[in-house]
Design a protein around this ligand. Structure first.
Ligand SMILES: [Fe+2]
Ligand SMILES: [Fe+2]
Length: 304
């Protein structure tokens, strides 16, 4: 290749096995409200996933089902179908945590109602005329999903390596949910970006939709953490602040602000490809040992 060739996203030489949904189930009966002991702020910051992902990942599935007829590459099409199956399962698994939170005195409904509106109405199918306007809106949403998946892969890689959560006695069932999900995010981390490149890949669209996704995620996340802390029925509910976030990052129970800042130029690099970040081998090793994923495999093998 000549030195003057345009920079393009280049995948690392990594392969993943065919993507499949693992039909996991979790028993929340023994999970305490503050599942990172003595740390309501970090617990609730991570709990925001349960507020955003049920509607968010349902929306991924909804958009991708519309995209399937436009995919001309059979391998990518198979990846997208596998991705749809995994995201539908993630959405359901996080949704099933919500009744447990409610039973512990933390009713998530006022917040999830707003999140549902955001994904179903604001980002839903608009009444647009067929042709260019409808295609524009579909491509815009495909690019938004690619930007969001940059962060789900970032968080997946983080949680697989967050040993401080184990050291601080985090609830094993919640850790398994987060790491099973995180491992599948790492496993399928290239699918959304490959799909975006396949259908469009325009750099301006990538930057524009990244800015939208990043701003929305920061806004929703800090609001969700504040919502949980304000409604936490325990006396040691704690306070939400950027300072707390920085401190939790230093303790290793949340991502560091430095790692989050570095994730921005990564995605905006013209040579960005998700396969350069995270380890498929590590993700597959976790899935081979995860209590929920191995129980799901056993149920599937037993035909249950
Ligand atoms: Fe997911
Ligand atoms: Fe994902």
């Amino acid at each position: 290749m000549s030195n003057t060739a345009p920079l393009r996203p280049q995948p690392a030489a990594s392969e993943h096995p065919p993507l499949k949904a693992r039909n996991v189930a979790f028993d929340w009966a023994d999970t305490p409200l503050h599942w990172i002991p003595g740390d309501p702020f970090s617990t609730h910051t991570i709990n925001v996933l349960h507020l955003l992902l049920p509607a968010g990942e349902r929306w991924f599935v909804h958009v991708y089902k519309q995209v399937l007829p436009h995919i001309r590459d059979p391998r990518l099409r198979a990846d997208v179908i596998g991705f749809i199956g995994q995201e539908a399962m993630h959405s359901q698994a996080h949704h099933e945590v919500l009744p447990h939170l409610k039973a512990q005195g933390l009713d998530p409904a006022p917040y999830t109602a707003q999140v549902d509106w955001l994904f179903e109405k604001l980002l839903g199918d608009r009444t647009l005329p067929p042709g260019r306007p409808r295609r524009w809106w579909l491509l815009e949403r495909v690019a938004l999903i690619a930007a969001i998946e940059h962060y789900t892969a970032f968080l997946g890689d983080w949680v697989l390596n967050a040993r401080a959560l184990d050291a601080r006695g985090a609830d094993p069932t919640m850790l398994d949910l987060l790491r099973w999900h995180g491992a599948e995010e790492v496993e399928h981390r290239s699918v959304a970006f490959d799909l975006f490149v396949h259908l469009d890949g325009g750099y301006r669209r990538r930057v524009r939709t990244w800015a939208t996704a990043f701003t929305a995620l920061v806004f929703l996340w800090q609001r969700g953490t504040r919502f949980f802390l304000a409604n936490d029925p325990s006396p040691d509910g704690g306070q939400a602040s950027f300072r707390e976030f920085v401190r939790a990052g230093r303790r290793g129970v949340l991502p560091t602000t430095g790692a989050m800042a570095r994730s921005i130029p990564q995605y905006l690099s013209r040579t960005y490809h998700p396969s350069h970040y995270g380890s498929t081998e590590q993700a597959m090793a976790y899935l081979a040992a995860s209590p929920a994923a191995t129980a799901a495999e056993a149920r599937t093998a037993g035909g249950a």
